[in-house]
Design a protein around this ligand. Sequence first.
Ligand code: PLP
Length: 390
Amino acid sequence: MMSKLEKTYLDYAATTPLDPRVLAVMQPFFNEKYGNPSSVHTLGQQAEAAVETARETLASLLNCSPMEIFFTSCGSESDNLALRGTAFAARQIRKATHILISPVEHDAISFTAKQLAHVFGFELEYLPVNEYGQVTAESVKAHLREDTAVVSVMFANNEIGSINPIREIGKICREKNIPFHTDAVQAAAHLSIDTSDLNVDLLSLGAHKLYGPKGIGALYIRQGTPILPAQTGGGQEKNMRAGTSNVAFIVGQSEAFRLGKDEQHINHDHIIPLRDKLIKNVLAKIPDVKLTGHPEDRLPNHASFVFKNVDGNELLMMLDNAGFACSSGSACKTGNPEPSEVLNAIGLSREWGLGSLRVTLGKHTTEEDISRFLEILPQLISDNRSMRGF
Ligand SMILES: *Cc1c(COP(=O)(O)O)cnc(C)c1O
């Protein structure tokens, strides 16, 4: 039996360990190069140069101008700024108050949209999704209105892994000149993002799903997109986001993205066969199981299931005791005894939806990890069902 400390980590969609090479480039900015990038003196200029170099790096990876990159404190903040900022600007400039989002967004979007509706008087409408939780361009076209303030559809779903047709959705929005935002926090850890080819106006990023530090993010804002800042104060980030720049983390984030792109193929070649082996065996070995999310259009490291008549939270604890760190749906929803919004949106009944399991792999996952996981899971599922009288 493994001790609790030697857990096998299969929860890379919740967060990832910091790459030591990222830590190494961050380190000098805590004590040697500690200047404030807004200061005029040399130490300040040194910090400013580091921030601007990090901006250029990220911009070149995303194929956009450095002017279009805005650093934030996390993926959630990027989502907040994108949605609230464009909604307020649209209302001010063209009296548009209709907001369109998918029903499977991360809480950082869905709760922001609900607040805009309940507190600030916007009209919130949800786009339909298919059984895999995907939005189609046709349905965006059917729901888009003259007075739509902003459309937000996530790139890839954190809970069930499905990837949306962002380029096609963006095309529809651009034809009507309506700002389109995508939450790419999960997608950017695994897929190449080319903003010049995606028809997006705003795109959220975060570093910690990609072996970067927690507590840093970025927002791409296409030049000319009407948006109001959410945080006012000093003129940092071209007046879009006040606050002394988190230099070390900004530098670390860009290094994480640089390494991620450089090593994407190596990581895919390693992870995809393991992920496929996991999915194939779980579906073959365990009765009453379904894969959630799209079988092919899904994140390369992502496997997610529902088991009929299983208590997902109980299962997580049993897995934890057996030495495996997994998740049921999104990390933020752990402890909630109701099926997640995402599982409700894809039409699963309660007897299925309560038994969800998300297994997400990373570059440190080994063949042996997956074999051991597959050895114990069928028994744990069977025990869990027995405990509940099934
Ligand atoms: C993790 C995540 C976020 C939030 O990012 P933080 O940096 O943790 O705030 C937003 N959206 C998606 C899809 C995510 O996976």
